[in-house]
Write a protein that binds this ligand. Structure first.
Ligand code: ATP
Ligand code: MG
Length: 254
């Protein structure tokens, strides 16, 4: 009960939106391969859930190394890589499958199994990560529908174009509904029109709520998309822009 007629209305609680925790964190990461090659030097950046990021840079700049650290194929020599709050250095071997289930990955060469059909290639990914196989058929069909290949279920990779093979690889990476989608030079073997189609698909996957990181040399695509760009040179980040281009804007103007 109010004691006074002049009582102020109760204060509304301050609206607090919890800051979203970054999904990927690189914190002063160095990576030197066994032969002494420094591949990453003092690399720091964060990626928030639902971000779309291009990682660009010349051959040898360290893009694939960054991807390998994220899937924990390699471990940082110094510094920390965190995925979903988890420091990958501390990850135990038995925790690896759980990390990998959070991720879908595609490469320049599609890495499909040539003797299996499209449907089997996509299903194979679930059978490996989640042998329970619940709703297997539906999940495979959904992933192939997203990439527009629902009518190629029974084809074999050799009967498909490069662009179609990359779509199968994307479906395979999507089938366990990863939170993070990594693509290492996904358009490296494709002509410009087909490449554009693949990138449209990656943007669409991002719009469905998946965080997407794409390592690429493809200048045309990066410039058309106007997404965040992390530019690497000799293992270091030289630029990190919200709506970036392949080349530094200032350098381009010269
Ligand atoms: N397994 C490895 N052993 C030794 N050195 C390596 C290894 N992998 C990469 N490197 C070196 O690390 C550096 C970064 O290589 P990385 O593959 O990350 O570059 P990249 O940006 O992906 O290049 P590209 O565009 O050609 O794919 C290069 O100097 C490379 O020679
Ligand atoms: Mg590479």
């Amino acid at each position: 009960m109010f004691r006074s007629h002049h009582a102020q209305p109760p204060e509304l609680p301050a609206v607090r939106t919890a800051p979203t925790r970054p999904l990927i964190v690189f914190e002063r990461v160095f990576k030197t391969y066994g032969n002494g090659n420094p591949a990453l030097e003092d690399v720091s950046f964060q990626v928030r859930p639902k971000d779309f990021v291009f990682v660009v840079g010349a051959s040898g700049a360290g893009k694939s190394t960054m991807v390998r650290l994220l899937i924990r194929e390699e471990v940082a020599s110094r510094g920390h890589v965190l995925v979903d709050g988890q420091d990958l250095r501390r990850l135990r071997r038995r925790q690896l499958p759980r990390l990998r289930r959070k991720m879908g990955i595609v490469f320049q060469d599609y890495k499909l199994l040539p003797t299996l059909t499209v449907e089997q290639n996509v299903a194979f990914a679930i059978q490996v990560t989640n042998p329970g196989r619940r709703h297997l058929k539906e999940k495979v069909a959904e992933a192939l529908y997203i990439v527009g290949l629902e009518d190629k279920l029974l084809s074999q990779p050799g009967q498909l174009s490069g662009g179609e093979q990359q779509r199968v690889a994307i479906a395979r990476a999507l089938v366990h509904r990863p939170r993070i989608f990594l693509a290492d030079e996904p358009t490296g073997n494709l002509d410009p029109d087909t490449s554009w189609g693949i990138v449209q698909l990656l943007l669409q996957i991002n719009h469905r709520g998946t965080t997407v990181v794409v390592a690429t040399h493809n200048r045309e695509i990066v410039d058309l998309c106007r997404q965040r760009v992390i530019a690497m040179e000799q293992g270091r980040i030289v630029r990190d822009e919200v709506e970036g281009q392949y080349m530094d804007g200032a350098a381009q103007a010269l």
